[in-house]
Each structure stands twice: as C-alpha cells, then as structure tokens.
Design a protein around this ligand. Structure first.
Ligand SMILES: Cc1ncc(COP(=O)(O)O)c(C=O)c1O
Length: 404
C-alpha cells in the first residue's frame, strides 16, 4: 500500500474503533456560555477555570502588550528574544508559587518535555552515571514523553500506582542502597481525568527522607486549588516544599498559551543553558506575557474569583449527585460523571450538546474499559442560572436515557 492509502486506512480504523476525535468549532470567545452552530450553549468542558479567557482586564493588557512591545519577538530567548517583560512575568510567577526563580516555555508540554532530559542525559563532566525516575501511573502525556527522551543507559524508569504512597515508598526503599546520582519523583498536582489531587503532603516527606527531587506539574492546580489559588501545594499545606513546579498559562491564568518551570535559582539557570525547547523555540509573544501578568495581578489583588470558582464547584457537585448521578468525589472543578459504557457517554454528550450543554465524553483507551465518563469542568465564568440550566438538561436527558 502507498503511504497515503495506509494513512487513510488508519483513519478509517480509528473511526470504526470510535476513537476518532471530532472537533466542534466555537463561534464566540471562550466563556461561561459560548456559541455553537448559532446557538448559545453552557460550556462545561473548558480549562477556563477562572473565566479569564475573555476577561476585560486581561484582554486590555494583551492589547497593551502588542502596542508597547509588538506582535512577535522573532527569536529564541538567548539570541534576541528576551524582552524585559519576560523577566517581569517570571518574577511574578515565582512570587505567586513561592519559588526562587522561574523560566518560561512556549507551553507546559514543552516545559515537561524539556525538563527531564536536560538533567538526566547530561554527565556533568563524568563519563558514567545512573539516575532514577519514579512517575505516577496517571501522569500527563507531556511528563511521559519528557521521560521517554531520557536515554535508558542513564536512567531507571519506575512507575508507581496512581497516588499510591505506599507503593512509591516500597520502590524508594528497594533502591535505597543503590548508587544513583539523581532520584526524581514526578507527579501531576491534579490529575486531569479524575480531578483528584496528588497526596503531596505525604510525597514531600518521602522525597525528603530519600533525598529525592520532587517534580510536580500543577497545570490544573494553579489559580484553582488552595484558598488563594496558589495551587495544589497550597491545598495540601506544603507551599515552598516542592523542588520543581511546572505549570501552564493556558488554563486558569488566561487560557492562552505558555508554560513555566519554577524552582531553585541554580536549577533555573541550568535549564536556561540546557533545556532544548527553551533554547531552540521562540519566546512568548508580548500579548501573552501581558495577559498572563494581568491574570496574576487580578488573582493577587483579590481572591473573589477563586472563591466563586470554589462555590460554583461545590454547588454543581452537590446538585448533580442529588439528581442521582455518580461522580468521582473530590473538591476540584473537574467533576467526572461516571457512566460505564462508552456508548452511553457518547450518546449523552451528543444529546447534551443538542440541548445546549457542551461537555466531552471520555472512554477507552483514554480511561479504563467500563469507566467511560463525562468530564465536567466548572468555571467561575458560569452564573448560577447557567449551572441551573445545565443541571435541568442533565436531569431531562438522564431520565430519557434511564440513567437516573
Ligand atoms: C497536567 C497537564 N500538563 C501539561 C499540559 C500541557 O499544557 P500546555 O497546553 O501549556 O502545553 C496539560 C494540558 O492538557 C495538562 O493537563
């Protein structure tokens, strides 16, 4: 078969296996209620947790960024792509998450992809070394890909069961006497399919005891978790105890794009030298830098947006359960509604969209077989009447499909 015939066959196979991903175009900005095919629908599928994607102050700042610093930087950071505003944003992120320093990336995917190999594949002047990585089984694809870039002769890669501190402790103990150079524990702060928080309080203790570096991706935690939105470490009472924090500017903090790594000064300086996605990819455009700074300023000045997100989340969690749906318990705005079979999740998400509620279904292979779900994501941009409208629609369709 010729190349493109093979590709076409594979696309057909994906469709038959019902794993083909369809896109639905929005005809409006990302907000609590969006336009799809000319109709207003309640958005319950976005990472726009704080509603800053279409916030007047964030948009104004982004326009100001273009006015003062132009549209694009047309360079990587170390050639001529560093503007003073990049350092300003890095400082703001460091202050917000409680770290010594921060380095920006074009995305959190790039940050995670760049982190592990930049340490593990380097000999630091020695010919031989061996490191070890302990990674949560449900870590995000970007962490998995980042670790794949580490050369096997330099690292032992170990996976611990999801959020299973005892399993992690056993693996660390087994390796206790081995002569590893770096020991690195890697976890998401919040797991995006389940909406659960990593047991960071316990992992911090294990990391210290075993002289391991603790890496945490807080993409779904920053701006969301903790009383003041400082992320999963705040929610778990371990602020300033995480060695390496990565995160995105593409979710709660305005939802545009960009990522970062925060940590000790010397680590960040080192990454500026060695991290390939930083060295070989353009720096963030001024509109995004200004927008992200405005988002952080809004959050620092006033926690009412975070409070609204937490209130909306608690309200939705309570009411959807009262309707008779089964959810994964927790406190995060990611609220998985468990439906079992893939066909049920698929049919329900289609029916909900027709009735004015935008939500995505997830099924195998994204989640285990028999655990298909609708992944609801609550936002501060939702008014009570929007949530009520969504709940009424859930009730109507749930009854029609005999699910409740
Ligand atoms: C946990 C986690 N890490 C990283 C990313 C990637 O973030 P970005 O969109 O900035 O590349 C995502 C986005 O889906 C995520 O959920």
């Amino acid at each position: 078969m010729k190349t493109f015939e093979l590709i076409t066959t594979e696309l057909k196979r994906l469709e038959q296996a019902k794993t083909f991903k369809y896109e639905t175009a929005l005809q409006s900005p990302q907000r609590g209620v969006v336009k799809v095919k000319g109709k207003d629908v309640v958005m319950l599928a976005s990472n726009n947790y704080l509603g800053l994607s279409d916030h007047p102050e964030v948009k104004k700042a982004a326009i100001e960024g273009i006015r003062k610093y132009g549209y694009g930087v047309a360079s990587v950071r170390f050639i001529c792509g560093t503007q003073d505003i990049h350092y300003e944003l890095e400082k703001k992120i460091s202050r917000f998450v409680g770290a010594e320093d921060t380095i920006l990336f074009s995305s959190c995917f790039a940050a995670n992809e760049g982190f592990f190999a930049s340490l593990i594949n380097e000999g630091f002047g020695k010919e031989q070394h061996k490191d070890v990585l302990y990674s949560d089984k449900l870590n995000h694809a970007s962490i998995i890909d980042g670790q794949r870039l580490c050369r096997n002769e330099f690292v032992d890669k170990k996976i611990y069961n999801h959020a299973d501190v005892e399993h992690l402790e056993t693996l660390l103990a087994e390796d206790g006497k081995k002569d590893y150079r770096f020991r690195i524990i890697a976890t998401d702060g919040v797991f995006s399919m389940e909406g659960d928080l990593a047991p960071l309080d316990k992992i911090v203790v294990l990391a210290k005891k075993n002289n391991a570096m603790l890496f945490m991706d807080d993409s779904h935690g920053i701006g969301v978790c903790g009383k003041t939105g400082r992320g999963t470490p705040e929610a778990k009472g371990v602020l300033k105890n995480i060695d390496v924090i990565t995160g995105t500017l593409g979710k709660a903090l305005g939802g545009a794009a960009g990522g970062y790594i925060s940590g000790k000064k010397e680590l960040i300086s080192y990454l500026r030298q060695k991290s390939r996605p930083y060295t070989f990819s353009n720096s963030l455009p001024p509109a995004i830098v200004f927008g992200a700074m405005a988002a952080l300023d809004l959050l620092t000045k006033d926690t009412s947006i975070v409070n609204r997100l937490h209130e909306n989340t608690a309200y939705f969690r309570k009411e959807i359960k009262a309707l008779g749906f089964t959810i994964l318990e927790g406190e995060h705005p990611i609220v998985p509604i468990m439906l079992g079979e893939a066909a049920v999740a698929r049919d329900m998400s289609v029916a909900l969209l027709k009735a004015g509620v935008y939500i995505k279904g997830l099924w195998f292979p994204v989640v285990p077989k028999g655990e298909a779900r609708l992944r609801t994501q609550i936002s501060a941009a939702l008014k009570k009447k929007d949530i009520d409208r969504a709940l009424e629609t859930f009730e109507k369709i749930g009854k029609k499909m005999k699910l409740i």
